[in-house]
Design a protein around this ligand. Sequence first.
Ligand code: GAR
Length: 206
Amino acid sequence: MPIPTPARLVVLVSGSGTNLQALLDATADPAYGARVVAVGADREDIEGLRRAERAGVPTFVRRVGHFTTREHWDQALADTVAAFEPDLVVSAGFMKLVGEPFLARFGGRFVNTHPALLPAFPGTNGAGDALEYGVKVAGATLFVVDSGVDTGPILAQTVVPVEDDDTVETLHERIKVAERQMLVDAVGRMAREGFTITDRKVRFGQ
Ligand code: GAR
């Protein structure tokens, strides 16, 4: 998929937004090939939104509870994101699954970063589930979102060791350091080189 440069990114967040911050920092360099045109969230009063505001990037919030059905929320989220005409939509700690209306609009250019080495440990507690299982390496995965839960084609992965005395917090923090670098590297390549998906295999370039 060729992408015009600089690529327009809409980033979705639900929490502290350190992955968003890594993208905001990277996009400050015009050579990066992308810029964040809006940041959206499913809740107010989070550091992720404050990071966007400090960077002068427009923000929006669409709370599930403000809509009569999940589908209406999904449609409203899709409409709002579409208004910013993104080339790529990045879910960076956005703790909501999107549905058909959103995927119909942004499928193939909606990516999500997850704190585990997929297909192991999908869901909302990737780092904790990996620690509990007793794995010796953990990591993060960037993938193209499809209709499953963390099942889409994989763009990039990064690996970190699990230490004997790790807690969920220390492991997740180690993962996030590697995850931010992976996200910045992969999104930059998507923007500058484009990418193709054939039989689940994602390749950068045309
Ligand atoms: C990241 O580790 C991201 O992978 C995870 O939330 C964290 C957000 O951190 N997402 C998921 O678990 C989605 N299933 P951040 O708000 O500091 O970027």
